[in-house]
Ligand binder design. Structure first.
Ligand SMILES: [Ca+2]
Length: 96
């Protein structure tokens, strides 16, 4: 990409990718999150929005479509979609 300044949305996407990559590189297979790495990512990066979500084990099981105990970026991305949808529902609820 050119050196042009990124928009807020572009920055948000890049931030998510960067966070995933840095946590995925810590242990287990390259480019995937182990349960421990996933837990650390949630604790450090999503402490506020994850309060009402199910336990780590349930969350891991729900996202780990291939059931290999590690999350690929595709598997992890589903959580971003769920969190965005929860945020949207929250907004719609507040409007009523
Ligand atoms: Ca997996």
């Amino acid at each position: 990409m050119a050196a042009a300044e990124l928009t807020p949305v572009e920055t948000a996407i890049e931030t998510i990718v960067t966070v995933f990559v840095s946590h995925a590189g810590k242990e287990g297979r390259t480019g995937t999150l182990t349960a421990a790495a996933f837990q650390e990512l949630l604790r450090l990066q999503l402490p506020n929005v994850m309060k009402d979500f199910p336990s780590l084990e349930e969350q891991m099981r729900a996202l780990d479509a291939s059931a290999d105990q590690e999350l690929t970026f595709d598997e992890f991305w589903r959580l971003m979609g769920e969190l965005a949808q929860a945020l949207m529902k929250d907004r719609e609820g507040r409007k009523k």
